[in-house]
Design a protein around this ligand. Structure first.
Ligand code: AMP
Length: 532
């Protein structure tokens, strides 16, 4: 009866770095630098300041910020007092931001000065009483906003929290919104227990890779916005490991490359378009990237991009997950890829489940699609960290969890090595003459053609075949003869049996740039509208 039932809580993530690396630094692009002792002290102060403003169990605290050390402090301080951290997607339209603030029921909004004009525009339509804190120093705030002043001033005079409560581990810790192709944004939540288990699972998956992965010698810099699935949860992992961490603020290629050089950053993660943008930046030429490990997620890692990264000495791997999965489900095989004879597509494959994750590929009746063949099915998952419900959205939740497995909406297969390979999103599949054409396979192949900077394959209506693939290309290098090179590459792929003849797109369009979603992924919906 006296044994302690230890709840899994975010506050415990902080214990390890304070024991092992108290002097290690956390750096912010704005110039703030401090060690983990100061970090923990500031979390205690932030918690005290939030409590003084009425936040605590049951309240919702929203953050609108670039990737900053203050955001990282909120990752801890807000849930540690029992409140929910709402990480607002600052790239949504003001109307969508307003929708999420009202749906979440935010009590306090912590907002960087850059987003005050947007917030002012929607403030009158925020339904609940709310209060504002400016993230940073005091800023000139319009009278119409219920400002409590600047975060730094509040921390300076706060009564710090030294002992955080032993909450129920199932207490809701975080909330954010994912935008689907239709309907309103959906609220996704995670508990303390889920975030702790995700942190441990990802650390166990990435940690034990000799010379690779993510380990105590690394310097970490996220290049995934912290509002996108808690920066893919890696800020919690990096904190647990007591790593030197660099928070880059607003993304700017020259600045990001400068920070990599200045702080010897060795580990980052981002979507493919960001890596491509960094490699294209003029500053990339003179930046040493040979010690940089990058995990690419959010979209498939095209083979052409992986090759460009490898040529620069970057240790690049794909990972797979989604907003509803905290997000990690699988990571490319980082051990096997170290073998010099390993095929390059081991790095771009969606990979194998991280510890504690179970993956199946199923048909419409939830029967397993046999692995190793050519048949594809929907990827479904179970893990201790999958969102249990969309916030106040029963129909959406039932659909997500049909048959007790989380439905990813992604299509793929398990190859004969048990490696997951995604071929498409269900809503992006191209169906031509009754057969599925993998848009990701077409994109990956086209990405290896000289002069192709970005590429998207979409299905467009066709009177004979139902749909035909259309390739949309952004030219980066020499445009002369690019159409012929693309046709030749597809012809060769057909000749060696890598592509079916009917999958080859006959129509290729060129654009100056491709539309992107709020998290920097290809916006295929916009492309389909354009070429409908
Ligand atoms: P989000 O909820 O915005 O993070 O988007 C999740 C979706 O991104 C997944 O359902 C996939 O369609 C896609 N995605 C993420 N990682 C990968 C990957 N490695 N390969 C292919 N698609 C991916």
């Amino acid at each position: 009866m006296t044994a302690h039932a230890y709840p899994l809580l975010i506050k415990q993530i902080l214990d390890a770095p304070l024991a092992h690396a108290p002097g290690q630094r956390i750096i912010d692009a704005e110039g703030m630098q401090y060690d983990y002792r100061t970090f923990a002290d500031r979390i205690g102060r932030a918690a005290g300041a939030l409590r003084a403003l009425g936040a605590g169990e049951g309240s919702v605290v929203a953050v609108l910020d670039w990737d900053s050390h203050r955001y990282l402090e909120c990752f801890f301080a807000v849930p540690m007092i029992g409140a929910t951290l709402h990480t607002v997607n600052i790239r949504l339209s003001p109307e969508q931001v307003l929708y999420t603030i009202n749906h979440a029921g935010d009590d306090l909004i912590l907002c960087h000065a850059d987003f005050l004009p947007m917030l002012s525009g929607i403030a009158a339509r925020i339904e609940r009483p709310w209060r504002l804190v400016i993230l940073g120093d005091e800023a000139a705030v319009p009278d119409t906003l219920p400002s409590e002043g600047g975060y730094e001033a509040l921390l300076a005079r706060a009564d710090p929290v030294r002992e955080f409560p032993d909450l129920d581990e199932n207490t809701r810790a975080t909330l954010f919104y994912t935008t689907g192709t239709t309907g309103d944004p959906k609220g996704v939540t995670y508990s303390h227990r889920q975030l702790v288990l995700h942190t441990l699972g990802v650390a166990a998956g990435l940690g034990p890779i000799p010379g690779g992965g993510l380990n105590r010698g690394d310097v970490y810099m996220p290049i995934t916005p912290l509002f996108h699935v808690h920066g893919w949860g890696i800020p919690y992992v990096a904190t647990l490991m007591g790593l030197k961490q660099v928070y880059p603020g607003r993304y700017d290629p020259a600045r990001l490359l400068g920070l990599i050089a200045e702080h010897d950053v060795t580990f980052s993660h981002c979507v493919p378009t960001i890596l491509s943008m960094l490699l294209d930046a003029p500053e990339a030429e003179g930046t040493e990237l040979g010690r940089w490990k990058v995990v690419i997620g959010g979209s498939a890692l095209p083979e052409g991009l992986a090759r460009r990264a490898l040529q620069r000495g970057i240790d690049v791997h794909a990972a797979y997950g989604m907003s509803e999965t905290c997000p990690f489900l699988t990571v490319a095989d980082m051990m096997a890829s170290r073998d010099p004879d390993a095929p390059a597509n081991l790095r771009t494959a969606t990979g194998k489940p991280v510890p504690m994750v179970r993956i199946r590929v199923v048909d419409a009746e939830m029967n397993d699609v046999p692995p190793g063949g050519t048949a594809t099915g929907e990827i479904v998952a179970r893990a201790p960290w999958l969102t249990q419900a969309y916030l106040r959205n029963e129909a959406g939740t039932d659909d997500l969890w049909r048959g007790g497995w989380l439905h990813t909406g992604d299509v793929g297969f398990l190859d004969d090595q048990g490696t997951l390979r995604i071929t498409d999103r269900l809503k992006d599949v191209i169906k031509s003459g009754g057969e599925w054409v993998s848009s990701l396979a077409l994109e990956s192949l086209a990405s290896t053609v000289d002069g192709v900077s970005e590429v998207a394959a979409i299905g467009i209506a066709d009177p004979t075949w139902g749909e035909r693939p259309l390739l949309v290309v952004v030219v980066g290098g020499d445009p002369a003869g690019i159409r012929d090179r693309l046709h030749a590459a597809f012809g060769q792929a057909v000749a060696r049996g890598a592509l079916s003849k009917w999958a080859v797109p006959e129509r290729i369009e060129f654009l100056d740039s491709l539309p992107k979603t709020s998290v920097g992924k290809l916006d295929k919906k916009a492309l389909r509208r354009r070429f409908a």
